[in-house]
Write a protein that binds this ligand. Structure first.
Ligand code: ATP
Length: 637
């Protein structure tokens, strides 16, 4: 009957062709991972069936012992991976095997560099999945029957990995999926029973269903001493322990096992940086196994990317990417949480507003932060590596998680005037320790780049007094600082905002001199204000500048330059902010300017000064051409 059925031929989606090509060429030295991927898919299929059967127990039929079996056929050079999980319908086969449905696929491809070593890492993170079979196969056949479907409603998919596949309906006696991998001549090692056992031990130890290999029957034998061994029938032998790793005792699990488990759940070729395995008992009971990776996933910057923490309930897999289990600023964390309290039929909606979820999330967030705090303390170099990779994500923390603000703040690292490079390595505690006598605040500046921050004229007085300033230039920094008003009771202040009160850093003599300078310059300030009109909010004598003629400052409650830029970049309308112009009466240029008596000429100088100061702070001008022509005119004069 099957022969009479219609065979359809389809082309792979372009991305699949690209992926296949890349995979075959760049994962060549790590062929065995195909087995990890296929066994892991089989185990996922079992998880999905178990979950679906919670609401429809009949789906098991008379085959409730979920397992995956590997069958070697040395004559046909095939290895068959066979599960009795959820299976696939025709539509599912069409959707899953022939296209890549993952969001962000295009972005993924745009990140590939052509450098095989690098690309293979990326592919690994992307999750190589089913297509990895083609690393070792010259033909792959999938025969699958969805749970609940009739024997003659099965589907057969076949491809040589060359850009096309065929699909037809067929009959299949048992529920689930058989993947028949026809091995290429250079991959016949996977017909070896011993080799397969090794791979299963390495990758599938944590798989929570039995992974079985067929053991051939043994004939009756007699030893020399006449002892007889009885014949043994062939049987399926379970190779793994089939016990979920996280349910075992910590002391019985080796580092190797933790690492292998990470690699298989996170699809990472690299080892994890850190992990933490906890059994929590009390009002809420759960087990968590959380990992911090070494490398960033390719889609780290997508805030909607799937979260890496899986939810289990009483050892039953419930869902991937349960975003309620980890805050967004910890989206790089991988692993799982297994709850003893949630109902098995928990839905995303239930998770959303649930005391148990909240308790697990709070507990796990604390665990991750503790893990990082410990790393920062014990191994500064490794912590720096973590920071360089994930620091900018962690910077979202204070805004998102006010309760842990202080703890997150301790983990932050910045560039600073203390070091002469752009590396973000200074902690707020380091800063605090180095503060001058009489210093009452932590000072920072945010600019477009490290260079722009470092050379901003507003830093001049701080340099002169030897006061450290944090130099911030990540996109997120303005947002971060607006949610970090203080650290361990010290206010955190921008050096380009509001009045500058250096408090006890200024001695009485300096204060007097300032007051005198202000009084002496009062008439000139009025001239500036008259000339600039409502282009500025105010003009005043600066205490910040020692070398530059002028700078602009944001008023205490106005939106900072960087925040304006962020909002503009996001397409938001922002109110026109007016700055305070601060003038340095000691500067030669200012001295020359105030000597100009002609009001119109003085006005041109004043505008030039404002433009200059704006350029140093904002990096751009509203009317650059006007600035250039004014400058030229004044040079010629
Ligand atoms: N043995 C199987 N039983 C049922 N469905 C399967 C099986 N193998 C694959 N699938 C389906 O095909 C889809 C694609 O598989 P593939 O391995 O390429 O990606 P994935 O498993 O979604 O992602 P990843 O491997 O990165 O976790 C799966 O999501 C699943 O729906």
């Amino acid at each position: 009957m099957a022969e009479a059925r219609h065979i359809e031929k389809h082309g792979f989606q372009t991305e699949v062709k690209q992926l296949l090509h890349l995979m075959i060429h760049s994962l060549y030295s790590n062929k065995e991972i195909f087995l990890r991927e296929l066994v892991s898919n089989a185990s996922d299929a079992a998880d999905k069936l178990r979950f679906k059967a919670l609401s429809d127990n009949t789906l098991y039929g008379d085959d409730a012992e979920l397992r995956v079996r590997l069958l070697i056929d040395k004559d046909a050079n095939t290895l068959t991976i066979s599960d009795n999980g959820i299976g696939m319908s025709y539509d599912e086969v069409m959707n899953n095997l022939g296209t890549i449905a993952k969001s962000g696929t295009a972005e993924f491809f745009s990140q590939l560099s052509g450098d095989q070593a690098k690309d293979s890492q990326l592919i690994g993170q992307f999750g190589v999945g089913f297509y990895s079979a083609f690393i070792v196969a010259d033909q792959v056949t999938v025969r699958t029957r969805a749970a609940g479907a009739a024997t003659d409603e099965a589907v057969e998919w076949q491809s040589a990995g060359d850009g096309e596949f065929t699909i037809k309906s067929c009959e299949k006696a048992q529920r689930g999926t058989d993947i028949i991998v026809k091995l290429r001549d250079d991959s016949l090692e996977f017909l070896d029973d011993f080799r397969l056992r090794g791979i299963i031990n390495k990758y599938s130890e944590h798989i929570s269903i039995p992974v079985q290999l067929w053991k051939d029957p043994e004939p009756e034998s007699s030893e020399e001493d006449g002892k007889k061994t009885e014949a043994k029938p062939g049987e399926w032998e379970t190779v793994n322990s089939g016990k979920a790793l996280w349910t075992r005792d910590k002391s019985d699990i080796s580092d190797e096992e933790y690492k292998d488990f990470y690699q298989s759940i996170a699809h990472d070729f690299d080892e994890p940086l850190l992990w933490s395995h906890n059994k929590v008992e009390g009002t809420t009971e759960y087990t968590s196994l959380l990992y911090i990776p070494k490398r960033a996933p390719w889609d780290l910057w997508n805030r909607d990317q799937q979260h890496g923490v899986k939810l289990y309930v009483k050892r039953v897999f419930i869902m991937d990417d349960a975003e309620q289990l980890m805050p967004t600023y910890l989206r790089f964390v991988k692993g799982l949480i297994d709850s003893n309290d949630l109902p098995l039929n928990v839905s995303r909606e239930i998770l959303q507003d649930n005391k148990i979820t909240r308790a697990m999330r709070n507990g796990s967030t604390k665990k991750v932060l503790q893990m990082l705090t410990k790393l920062a303390k014990d191994d500064a170099e490794q912590y720096q590596q973590f920071w360089d990779t994930f620091g900018a994500v962690l910077k979202e923390g204070p805004a998102e998680d006010n309760a842990n603000r202080e703890r997150i703040a301790e983990l932050l690292r910045f560039a600073s005037t203390h070091n002469d490079d752009s590396k973000q390595s200074v902690s707020l505690d380091d800063y605090k320790e180095r503060m001058k006598d009489g210093q009452k605040a932590i000072y920072y500046i945010v600019a477009d780049s490290y260079e722009a921050a470092k050379h901003n004229p507003a830093l001049e007085i701080f340099r002169k007094k030897g006061v450290e300033v944090l130099l911030l230039s990540d996109r997120i920094d303005e947002w971060l600082m607006s949610h970090l008003p203080e650290f361990k009771e010290l206010p955190i202040q921008s050096v380009t905002r509001g009045d500058l009160d250096l408090g006890e850093l200024d001695d009485a003599e300096e204060k007097q001199a300032q007051e005198k300078a202000e009084a002496d310059f009062a008439d000139q300030l009025k001239r500036f204000k008259d000339a600039l009109g409502d282009k500025v909010k105010k003009v005043r004598v600066t205490h910040r500048l020692t070398e530059s003629p002028a700078c602009i400052i944001t008023d205490e409650h106005d939106m900072s330059t960087q925040m304006v830029k962020l909002m503009e970049a996001a397409g938001q309308k922002v109110p026109d902010t007016k700055y305070i112009l601060e003038v340095n009466p000691e500067h030669a240029l200012v001295k020359q300017m105030v000597a100009v008596e002609d009001a119109e000429q003085f006005g041109e100088w004043a505008e030039l000064l404002l433009d200059q100061a704006t350029l140093a702070e904002r990096g751009s001008l509203k009317d650059p051409a006007g600035f250039v022509s004014r400058l030229n005119k004044l040079i010629l004069r």
